[in-house]
Design a protein around this ligand. Structure first.
Ligand SMILES: Nc1nc2c(ncn2[C@@H]2O[C@H](COP(=O)(O)OP(=O)(O)OP(=O)(O)O)[C@@H](O)[C@H]2O)c(=O)[nH]1
Ligand SMILES: [Mg+2]
Length: 609
């Protein structure tokens, strides 16, 4: 039996990716705001009849008429006009049952393509909860295409959808007379849908509070505040536990293995290096849990709405918000999401500032330094001082991004103002299963980085820091004779003015590959350097006793700006297709990093003496 190809299309945020995940068993990212999927994704599975079904998940579009790249791609994929993508046998148009007035327009556009299609009436759970009644058969009759109800975040409906396509086959809809889409949508709604009297009452009430001009921003600040407080307040015992296990393991290795290279490799590179990053897992998970809840509940686009005035003042288009928001997880999807910005100059500005958003690779570094240097104090009777500093670091990134884009706007002499046109999704209680999966997923990514890039970088650092070995009559610590020592000492003059010693210089090199590697590299360098505490995995203890406050703050300032992530630079190259632009972005970010670190170092030195 031959295979089957189906394509998922629909407006943004209707649940295409959730359905794709149900069908194919994969775990692509879903979130409650528009524009999450920016690249088409393919997957496949075996239908009950034994035939292989290939599924294509496409970025959401509001219409096929517009000329944006996503709209063109969607239409061309549906018509089999994209090189390398076969003509889909069936188009599955996904629609949000709670918002049919909007989504049916798109269904009609797809129907006009004249290809075999099915309507997946998604979010039926939410529709039922709001008292929206949909007569499926009437809808089917009116549209002339099969309609199947689904709840893509649970398993409901996905199987029925497949069974229908698999066993009954799908035919192209019959051509109908051309009607004004507004009129046609109204006719269909009146024939098949009964709306409750007060549909979005809860949404309106919540928006009345959360988007209130006086309350909105304070509530946003409180949410952010609680988030960072929680990171420090709830993670203590777990972190102590992990630290204890690694400290014990390092001791055990030292006890069992004879002194020598093997012992040093296992204890210094593996245990101390990896352990120094792994201790942050509890904090990372707490942070991700907050972010996921904010994503799922539909609050995030509201935050965009609140910050729109600020963004407008900085000369940014409202469309920049989603890319910048994604950059808080990682700048890579963020840079890719700028595809939704049509004005090329707006797009380049957004790409330039995306790396300034606090991505998740920065968290371990911030948490380590803040934990080591900022005293655990309670301010105003209830707030953790450390949490406040973290909040300040995040805002330092945001505000510098605003300043950079404001300067760009001055340079461009651009006087246009853009308005944020955004559809606010309905509020939704986060689904526990989804949350769990999301957390599992992100913790998995963090762990894979530890076992992959961090492990590799640590091995490299260990080799560099161990060879060549110190001469027999050595007077200095061993590491001073090694390659790492030489490189570090060579770099030191350049970084002396901003307070970085040679150990930090060494850690900055592998830190170019990925930011958090610098933490584990410091762990290894200090462990080999023979610091007692680092051996017991208390890297924070070592740096607290060896660095000055000025150095620590300077490194924090450096990390707010420095473009230490090769993958981000690579994706900027891919998206802009210009090495010059990559060079410009890298140069300006390093320059900012150096300046900020220099200013921080000098001022702190002056104050602390
Ligand atoms: N309650 C409920 N929520 C759903 C359902 N389907 C999807 N969602 C949620 O709706 C949001 C959007 O889902 P996605 O799958 O990301 O939507 P998408 O169509 O891929 O969106 P884009 O990629 O932005 O075009 C997510 O928060 C999902 O968890 C459903 O049937 N019921
Ligand atoms: Mg999607």
């Amino acid at each position: 039996m031959s295979g089957l190809i189906i394509a998922l299309v629909g407006n943004p945020n209707c649940g295409k990716t959730a359905l794709f995940n149900q069908l194919t068993g994969s775990r692509q990212k879903v979130a409650n705001f528009a524009g999450v999927t920016v690249e088409r994704k393919e997957g496949s599975f075996t239908a009950p009849s034994g035939r292989t079904v290939q599924v294509l998940d496409l970025p959401g579009t509001y219409s096929l008429d517009a000329l944006g790249p996503d709209e063109v791609i969607t239409r061309d994929v549906c018509l089999g006009k994209v090189a390398g993508v076969a003509l889909p046998d069936v188009i599955v148009c996904v629609a949000d049952a709670t918002n049919l007035r909007l989504h049916l327009r798109f269904v009609l556009e797809i129907r006009r393509l004249g290809r075999p299609m099915v309507l997946a009436l998604n979010m039926m759970d939410a529709a039922a909860k709001r008292g929206i009644k949909i007569d499926r058969e009437a809808l089917e009759a009116k549209l002339g295409i099969p309609v199947i109800e689904t709840v893509a975040v649970m398993t409901k409906g996905a199987r029925a959808l497949i069974e229908h396509i698999d066993t009954q086959g799908v035919e192209a809809p019959k051509a109908t007379e051309e009607k004004d889409p507004h009129v046609e949508v109204r006719e269909i709604l009146s024939a098949a849908v009964v709306m409750p009297r007060f549909t979005a009452k809860i949404d309106d009430q919540l928006d009345g509070i959360l988007l209130n001009p006086w309350l909105g921003i304070p509530i946003l600040l409180v949410i952010m505040f609680v988030m960072f407080q929680a990171v420090f307040a709830w993670s203590g015992p777990l972190m102590d536990g992990i630290e204890g296990v690694f400290g014990w393991a390092a001791e055990a290795v030292r006890g069992y293995l004879p002194e020598g290279l093997l012992q040093s490799f296992i204890a210094d590179a593996l245990i101390s290096g990896v352990g120094s990053v792994l201790v942050f897992l509890p904090q990372i998970i707490i942070l991700f849990a907050f972010i996921l809840v904010l994503e799922e509940s539909g609050y995030l686009p509201r935050a965009a709405f609140l910050l729109d005035t600020l963004m407008g003042a900085a000369g940014l288009t409202g469309r920049a918000f989603i890319p910048l928001l994604s950059s808080f997880a990682c700048a890579i999807p963020g840079v890719m999401a700028t595809r939704s910005i049509h004005d090329i100059r707006d797009r380049l500005t957004t790409i330039m500032i995306a790396p300034l958003m606090t991505c998740s690779a920065r968290w371990p570094v911030y948490i380590l330094l803040v934990g080591a240097f900022v005293p655990e104090r309670t301010v105003w009777g209830f707030a953790s001082f450390r949490g406040l500093i973290m909040l300040a670091l995040v805002f330092a990134g945001i505000f510098s991004a605003m300043i950079v884009s404001w300067v760009m706007k001055l340079i461009r002499r651009d006087k246009t103002d853009s308005v944020l046109m955004m559809e606010l999704p309905s509020y939704r209680l986060p689904n526990l299963r989804n949350l769990g999966l999301g957390l599992w997923e992100r913790a998995g990514i963090f762990m894979r980085r530890i076992t992959g890039v961090i492990f590799a970088a640590n091995t490299l650092i260990w080799v560099l820091a161990t060879f060549p070995r110190a001469p027999a009559n050595a007077t200095l610590p061993e590491i001073d004779y090694s390659f790492a020592g030489m490189i570090g000492h060579a770099m030191e003059p350049l970084f002396r003015p901003i307070g970085f010693g040679w150990e930090i210089c060494i850690a900055l090199i592998p830190g170019m590959a990925a930011r958090e590697v610098a933490v584990s590299a410091l762990g290894t360098v200090y462990a080999i350097g023979g610091s007692e505490d680092a051996v017991a995995n208390q890297l924070s203890g070592v740096i607290a006793s060896q660095w000055s406050l000025a150095t620590a703050l300077s490194l924090l300032a450096w990390y707010v700006f420095a473009p230490q992530c090769l993958s981000t630079l690579a994706v900027i190259k891919r998206e802009t297709n210009s090495w010059r632009f990559v060079g410009l972005t890298t140069a300006y970010l390093f320059a900012l990093a150096y300046l900020a670190a220099f200013a921080t170092y000098t001022v702190t030195k002056m104050i602390t003496g």
